[in-house]
Design a protein around this ligand. Structure first.
Ligand code: ZN
Length: 293
């Protein structure tokens, strides 16, 4: 097992060694599972480059069913990118990925986005205990727009319509979920998200937004802090400061490094912020391994 980037590169210098490593990660007890029919009786052909399923008779490589399938980028380059992207705590630009991996800027951009997909919700378990829930509006600030664009928005009376709402749910001392939702913060949108991602035994903490009214009947408890009346912390534990910290991380990555977040891409930035938060206690090699699963 490698403990840093140098060792990763030295231990897997060729595409063959990378493929072997990936196979070990996918099938740790060496029982190859067919990605097409899930049959566990597959045998090696083509000098280990491919497998053949004795059930459906199809040929496949270790890449089938992974994000690396159909990619012309060598697996060793992918591994390097995954490690780099995972170990930059505050995010890395696609320009930097391209430079460090020796690929074109377009390829760097593509890899960065693919790796974000890999990071998507690696820990799908429901949140429990004390869960802070809040929303934040993210996206193109009006002041950053051209005069003509602002004028057009004013005319259409859509000054704030460039922002997208992100809903955040954070278990104290546990995991974070960030979900890009659009523009509607009604109860009909927010409450189903809470019900999907939070265990019924949890106590929910929100601000005073009335879209959360009624949650106390569906969970062990529902406490609110009234930000309108300048109340931010009550009894030392009733606050939404942790989820607000997570929102700042999300915003910092978008404004600071990635410069912009179109609504379509916002989900990926959410995925990345979540992943970084939820793997905060892991070492870089552990995070790398998790990305491959
Ligand atoms: Zn099969």
């Amino acid at each position: 097992m490698f403990t840093n980037l140098r060792e990763l590169i030295l231990s897997m210098p060729s595409d063959e060694t990378c493929r072997k490593y990936l196979a070990k990660q996918r099938w740790p007890d060496d029982i190859v599972i067919c990605p097409y029919c899930e049959c566990n009786k597959c045998y090696v052909v083509n000098k280990g480059k491919r497998f053949k399923c004795s059930g459906c008779r199809l040929l496949f490589s270790v890449l089938v069913g992974t994000v690396f399938q159909d990619s012309k980028i060598p697996l060793s380059t992918w591994f390097l990118a995954i490690y780099l992207i995972g170990s930059h705590k505050k995010g890395i630009s696609s320009y930097q990925v391209a430079k460090d991996c020796g690929v074109s800027q377009k390829t760097g951009w593509f890899m960065l986005h693919r790796v974000r997909e890999l990071m998507r919700d690696k820990m799908p378990a429901q949140l429990d205990n004390i869960v802070e829930v809040d929303e934040s509006w993210v996206g193109g600030r009006v002041t950053n727009m051209s005069k003509s664009k602002r004028k057009k928005l004013r005319e259409e009376k859509k000054t704030y319509s460039t922002k997208t709402m992100v809903m955040g749910l954070l278990e104290r001392g546990g995991n974070l979920k960030l979900i890009a939702l659009g523009k509607n913060n009604d109860a009909s949108i927010l409450q189903p998200v809470v019900k999907t991602h939070v265990d019924k035994d949890a106590v929910i903490i929100t601000d005073g937004l009335n879209s959360y009214d009624g949650l106390s009947r569906q969970f062990a408890g529902h406490e609110t802090v009234n930000h309108m009346e300048q109340e931010y912390v009550r009894d030392g534990v009733i606050h939404t400061n942790s989820i607000e910290g997570a929102f700042s991380q999300l915003k910092r990555s978008i404004y600071g490094i990635y410069h912009k977040a179109s609504p379509a891409h916002l989900t990926r930035y959410c995925d990345e912020t979540m992943y970084r938060y939820n793997t905060r206690n892991m070492k870089d090699p552990e995070r790398f391994v998790l990305s491959l699963h």
